[in-house]
Design a protein around this ligand. Sequence first.
Ligand code: B1M
Length: 213
Amino acid sequence: MMNLLKQIVESLVAKDAEKVLELTVQAIQQQIAPRDILDQGLIAVMSIVGEQFRKHEIFLPDLLLASKAMYAGLEELKPLFARGEILTFGKVVIGTVHGDLHDIGKNLVSIMLKGAGFDVIDLGKDVPPERFVEVAKKEEAKVIGMSALLTTTMPVMKKVIHLLREQELTGRIKTIIGGACVTKNYAVEIGADAYGYDAAKAVEIVKDIFSKT
Ligand code: B1M
C-alpha cells in the first residue's frame, strides 16, 4: 500500500497527470482508503510543490501542471467518498475585488487552497463587496479571501470588512487579504484578520484559521 502511495507522490512531483490517474485507479482497486490516497498522496504533494514555488525552485507553469495532475487523481476519488463524508477541510470564498481584473495571483491562491484540501468558491475577478458577503453567508464559509493589485481597488477590501461588521459577522467569517499592492500594515489598518504575502502563506493562514475553529 505504502509503495503505491509513494509512487503517486513521485508521479505528482514529476507532474505526470496520466500516471497519477493510473496509480489512483490502482490504489482504489487495491482498496486503499480514499482518505489515505487523498491525504498521504495527492494533498501531501501540493504542500511540497507549494513550498518549492515559494522558494522559486519551480515556476508558475510547474505549479499549474502539478495541480492538473492532482485534479486527475481527485476526480477518481470524489465518487468514493461516502455520502455525508466531508471531502474537504472547510469552505473558503475567494475573489479579486471590484474594479480589479488582475487574477493570476488570486488563481494561484485558489489552486493551492484547493490542493490543500479546501472547498474553494472562486468568485473570479471584479467582485463587488456585497457578493463576497452574500456568498460566504449562503455557503456558510468561514473565510473570505480577497486579492487586489491596484492601489485604487484596495478600499473595496475595507468595504467587505465593514459589511461583515455591520451584519455582526466579524469573527465568524474571517478575512484574509493579499496582492502585490497590499501590505500587512494595511491589513491591520482595515481590520482584516490576516495578510497573505504569497499563495503558500495564504494556505498556511487558512489552515491555521480552520484548526482553531
Ligand atoms: Co496590471 N498593473 N494593470 N495588468 N499588472 C500592475 C499590478 C502594476 C503594478 C504594473 C505597474 O505599473 N508597474 C500596475 C498597478 C499600479 C498600482 O496600482 N500600484 C498595473 C496597472 C496600472 C494596470 C492597468 C491600470 C493598466 C492600464 O490599463 N493602464 C490595468 C488595470 C486593469 C484593471 O484591473 N481594472 C492593468 C491590466 C493588466 C493586464 C490585464 C494586462 C494584466 C492582468 C492579467 C490577469 O491578471 N489576468 C496585468 C498584469 C499581468 C500586471 C503585472 C505585470 C503582473 C501581475 C501578476 O499577475 N503578477 C503587474 C506588475 C507587478 O505586479 N509586478 C501589474 C504575478 C502574480 C502571481 O502575483 O498577483 O502579486 P500577484 O500574487 C501573488 C501575491 O501578491 C499573493 O500571492 C500571489 C502568488 O504568490 N496574493 C495573495 C495575491 N492575491 C492574494 C490573496 C491572498 C493572499 C495572497 O489572500 C486571499
